[in-house]
Structures are given as structure tokens and as C-alpha cells.
Design a protein around this ligand. Structure first.
Ligand code: F6R
Length: 582
């Protein structure tokens, strides 16, 4: 959450370049944004507008996802101290900001925002007043500040950017004439492939054409320059109204690419993953949100083959997981930066468990802290609601389960997704109808239970319709009380799943408006035996692919319902793509 940018250049550049780079990080938060280019400080609410007349050689910028303090221009970054000597942009949370604030107020500092971040500017201003040099002040800060931070700081009369990192991501990109500090490589991956990744409690002094890295005790350290590659789809929306639809339509391409990579460039890594699964007594996944739902599907696939597999929502990992040296913990994360997952992995590592990961964004923290990491190769997801990443995560897990005897034909998965996308006009019609409701329920069993939860999440986050995804069997234990005449219920019926058919009939009998996503031929066509009007028929075997395909149908349903409601689909309210706070 929150994206930060710092640029130091050999030559003058237009200040709007700071905003151009920041725009590429907008998916990290879009409540407010701002920049400081050594002459002016600009802060605005809402979406980043790339504009500005000035020129500069240095500047910092920030896009915010609000945690401490509302969405106001006072709370927007960058923040300054009292005398405008120090300007900072911060991503993370300064946990002991209240104590630091009291200490600074006693020394006469006055605060103008409700944020935790503003204390950082006052802290350094105070240290400089006490005649500390900046490096000693940073060493003090690293001792005194608690919490997570990636901080970029500029000081009046000094032509450097000071960059400090603990637990929030920070990377330095190297371009021919510029050094660019950023929350992740996507900020500059279109103009360079060379970067240095900060580790915890390191800081750097970036000047025109030079950089120096230091450990927290102030000792100079040598850092390796990484040459990175990242397969990106063209991130322009082109003819699409929204990135979300573009990303759903990319699914056939990216899933085929990922499966192929397991035979070629990721063959060795995949072989090592299989071998680690074989050697471990049990597998526990750790993930959040959509990635958690993919891991639940993975636990289902592996469990079916007799492997002891379970998954936990990462923020509850340490409360519910028993891990030891014989446990393999598999983190699943699109961004590779989700703080709850990082925390779960640290806990697992303390308990001596082996940690591996499946991530999308390369060189992310989770990838770098894993003993082994496979790429899901979905390419950049711009829409906040995750779609193609889910498909690739689930397909990779299905491929893994195949190694242990799970029967599935993955060779035609991409074709089947294409076939489903071709039904989008019919899905749009069903979705338009659903968009008029205030609630929706999604039911699944076995492989479709995780999918029911994932579809509900998609419906909630982009339509703002209340939705619950649940086990078909659990409905009668309470939730069925909420079914009224006309309540939409999406039932995910795998071929011959008589129990799901019964659960669907139970709600239908109470007046629910049924939407069936199925591969059961009884529902096929308007004159299908089951006589249900709203059916998305998926022509596939019931071999583990059905879950993935049913989810794609749900993604399209959620998308078209949100579109019918005129929602901000790619940037839903209150959300951010990368969740780097607890
Ligand atoms: C929902 C969504 C989120 C993420 C979750 C985990 O569409 O995108 O629920 O799945 O925040 O993020 P990653 O996968 O980056 O760890």
C-alpha cells in the first residue's frame, strides 16, 4: 500500500516525470498523491493526473492508501517538518509514532496532519537542529522507530535523496542518466532492467550519478546490481473499457505460457517443488484474499491425491498452524509483498519449516525470502481485482497435483477458457439482472467451494453488492434464512454432483433466483432437463479444470454486474493492489 518514487538525474527533467513514474504505482493506493521537486510541494486528492510545468534534477513523490488519518490534502504526502527543511514520503506504519510525536511536541514541533508519517519529517528536522549529521540521524532513527517503513527524504540545500528501508519494499533502478527509487520495479521496468534491492535496516544516499549503501550502524556496504526480466503484457487498455476485462481475456494466453514454462525454463524449479512436496510430512499454504482461494483449491487437489495439505489465511497463520522442520509452507501471492504473508513466512522460518512460494511479481520480498520460488507468469495485473493471477495460481497447483496422480487434462485449459469467454454476451445479460439485487449467494462443494468464495469476493469488491460464497451443505445450517423471493443464488454444479443439485433445489424452493454454472448436460440449452433460464454451461470434464473455468465465469459475471452499475471497476473504493500493512 502506498507507492513512493524518488528521482535524481544528471540532467534537468520535467517535474511531471515524477508523476509519470508514480502513475505506474497507482495500483498501490489511490486516495491522494503528491510530489516535491525541490522548489514546490504539490498534493491532491484522487486519481493521479500527470501534469506540471516545472523542471528539476531531483524529486520525490507518493501515492497514498490511507491508514492513519482520513483522505484529506493535509494527510497527503510528501510531509514537511516545521521549517520546511526536511521533506519525506513514507510507505508503511510508524507504530510508535504517538510516543515520537509527544517527544517532538515537547521540543516545540507542531504537526499539521493526522498521519503517523509526519513524525519522520519532524524527527529528522530535530536531529539536524541538534547538529547531528544525516547518517547518524538515520542510525538513531533505525534504533528508535518501530514499525515498517520505506522512506525517501530530501533536505533543503542538499542535493541527495536519503532512502531508508525496514519491511516495506524499496528498490533502486538504474537508468542511463537517472537513478530512480521506487516501491517496486514496475515503476521503471519500461526504461531499465537493472536494479538494486534494499534489505531490512539498510539505507542509501543517492546523488547525481552515484549511490552509496549503508548498514544500520553506518558502515558502508557493497550491493549487487540485479538484471531483471519481467514478461509484461502491454499495460495499455487499448479497446477495452477496463483493465479487468482485458486481463480476463488474457487468461488463455497467460495460462498456456505458464504451463509451458513448467516444461522449459521452470522445469528444474518445478522438479524441486515436486521433490520438496514428496519429502515433507505435510503441506500448509499461506495466502490472503484471492490467492487464499487459489490455495484452497490447491489444498483440495493435493488432498485428493492423499497428501496432507491444508491452507490458512496468512494473518491467522500463527494462531492455527503447527509447523516444524517436516512441514513445507507454500506462500501464494500475486504481488509478493503482502505483509500478512511475509509475517506468516517469518513465523514458519522461525519454526524451521521449509518455505517456498508461487508469486507473480518478480524480485518481490516473498520471492526473495523463499528457499524456492516459482513464477505464475500472469504478467502485470493492473486492475485491483485479481483475475488472471488466480487462474495461473490454480492451474499451477493443479499441475502439481497431477504429479501425485490427480487426473486432469490441462492441455485444453486455454481453449476451454476461450470458449467460455465467447459466451460473454449471455453472461452479461445474466449479470445485468443480478446487478439489481442487494445480496447474492454463491454455493459450491469440493473443488467449487473455494471458487464460490472467490466469486463472492469479486462480486463484493467491484459491484459493492453484499455476497457470500459458501459450502452448499452449510446453507441449511443458518444462512438459508436470508433467502427471499428473487435473491440471486449462483450454484456451481459439477457434473453429477447430486448433493449440489439438492442444495440448489432447497433455495429454489424458497424463491431464490437461480443462476447455474455447470458442466452437467442436464442444464445445457434453453430446453435443458433442469429448465433453469440463467445457465452458464461449461463444456468440460469434471477433472479439476471445472473449478478454474467456473471461476472465470464468475469473474465475468461480477465484471458485467459492476459495469451495469457504473462502478469504478479497476479501482474499487477503499482497496489497493498491494497490501503491505498488517
Ligand atoms: C482480490 C485481491 C486481493 C488479493 C490479496 C492478496 O481481488 O486481489 O484479495 O488477492 O490482497 O494479495 P497477493 O496475492 O498480492 O498476496
Amino acid at each position: 500500500m502506498c507507492g513512493i518514487i524518488g528521482v535524481v538525474s544528471r540532467d534537468e527533467f520535467p517535474s511531471r516525470f515524477l508523476l509519470e513514474r508514480l502513475k505506474r504505482l497507482e495500483y498501490r493506493g489511490y486516495d491522494s498523491y503528491g510530489y516535491y521537486d525541490s522548489t514546490s510541494l504539490k498534493r491532491n486528492l484522487g486519481e493521479i493526473i500527470v501534469a506540471g510545468e516545472g523542471k528539476t534534477r531531483i524529486g520525490i513523490a507518493h501515492t497514498r492508501w490511507a491508514t492513519h488519518g482520513g483522505v484529506t490534502s493535509e494527510n497527503a504526502h510528501p510531509h514537511m517538518g516545521c521549517d520546511d527543511e526536511v521533506v519525506i514520503a513514507h510507505n508503511g506504519i510508524i507504530e510508535n509514532y504517538k510516543d515520537l510525536k509527544v517527544m517532538l511536541e515537547k521540543k516545540g514541533h507542531e504537526f499539521s496532519s493526522e498521519t503517523d508519517s509526519e513524525v519522520v519529517a519532524h524527527y529528522f528536522e530535530e536531529k539536524l537542529k541538534e547538529k547531528k549529521d544525516v547518517k547518524r540521524a538515520i542510525s538513531d532513527f533505525l534504533k528508535e522507530a518501530h514499525g515498517t517503513f520505506a522512506i525517501l527524504m530530501m533536505i533543503k540545500g542538499d542535493d541527495s535523496i536519503y532512502a531508508i528501508k525496514r519491511d516495506s519494499p524499496l528498490v533502486l533502478g538504474m537508468c542511463e542518466d537517472k537513478l530512480i527509487l521506487a516501491s517496486d520495479i514496475y515503476a521503471f521496468s519500461d526504461i531499465t532492467t537493472k536494479a538494486i534491492f534494499f534489505e531490512n535496516d539498510e539505507y542509501a544516499v543517492i546523488k547525481k550519478g552515484s549511490y552509496e549503501f549503508y548498514a544500520k550502524d553506518g558502515k558502508r556496504i557493497r550491493k549487487d546490481v540485479t538484471s531483471f526480466t519481467w514478461q509484461q503484457e502491454d499495460s495499455e487498455k487499448r479497446a477495452y473499457k477496463h483493465f479487468m476485462l482485458k486481463e480476463i481475456e488474457e487468461e488463455p494466453l497467460v495460462v498456456a505460457r505458464m504451463l509451458l514454462s513448467l516444461e522449459h525454463e521452470q522445469k528444474e524449479a518445478f522438479r524441486r517443488l515436486v521433490s520438496l512436496v514428496k519429502k515433507s510430512r505435510k503441506i500448509i499454504f499461506a495466502a490472503c484474499g484471492t490467492s487464499y482461494h487459489a490455495s484452497l483449491l490447491g489444498a483440495f487437489y493435493l488432498h485428493t491425491t492423499g497428501i496432507e495439505a491444508q491452507t490458512l489465511i496468512a494473518s491467522e497463520f500463527k494462531h492455527y498452524a503447527n509447523v516444524d522442520a517436516d512441514t513445507l509452507v507454500i506462500a501464494i501471492s500475486q504481488s509478493g509483498e503482502t505483509m500478512d504473508v511475509i509475517d506468516a513466512l517469518k513465523y514458519a522460518q522461525e519454526k524451521k519449516a521449509k518455505v517456498v512460494s508461487l508469486v507473480n511479481v518478480p524480485y518481490s520480498t516473498i520471492q526473495r525470502m523463499s528457499a524456492l520460488s516459482l513464477s505464475i507468469m500472469a504478467g502485470q495485473e493492473v486492475a485491483v481485482a485479481s483475475t488472471k493471477a488466480f487462474v495461473n495460481q490454480a492451474a499451477l497447483l493443479l499441475r502439481l497435483a497431477q504429479e501425485f496422480g490427480y487426473k486432469a487434462n490441462l492441455a485444453n485449459l486455454a481453449e476451454k477458457i476461450k470458449g467460455l469467454i465467447a459466451q460473454k454476451d449471455e453472461i452479461r445479460r445474466i449479470a445485468k439482472d443480478m446487478s439489481r439485487s442487494k445480496d447474492a449467494y454463491i454455493l459450491g462443494r469440493g473443488q467449487t467451494y473455494p471458487v464460490a468464495r472467490e466469486i463472492a469476493l469479486k462480486v463484493k469488491e467491484i459491484t459493492y453488492i453484499h455476497a457470500e460464497g459458501m459450502m452448499g451443505g452449510e446453507l441449511k445450517h443458518g444462512t438459508i434464512a436470508l433467502i427471499e423471493k428473487g435473491t440471486p443464488v449462483i450454484s456451481l454444479i459439477g457434473c453429477k454432483d447430486e448433493d449440489m443439485i439438492s442444495n440448489s433445489k432447497e433455495v429454489e424452493a424458497r424463491g431464490a433466483k437461480m443462476i447455474i454454472i455447470t458442466n452437467n448436460p442436464d442444464y445445457q440449452g434453453k430446453k435443458g432437463k433442469a429448465k433453469i433460464k440463467d445457465v452458464v454451461f461449461i463444456d468440460t470434464d469434471n477433472d479439476g479444470k471445472f473449478g478454474i473455468l467456473a471461476c472465470v465465469a464468475g469473474q465475468l459475471l461480477a465484471y458485467y454486474a459492476a459495469d451495469a452499475l457504473g462502478r469504478e471497476i479497476d479501482k474499487p473504493r477503499n482497496l489497493a493492489k498491494s497490501v503491505t500493512v498488517k
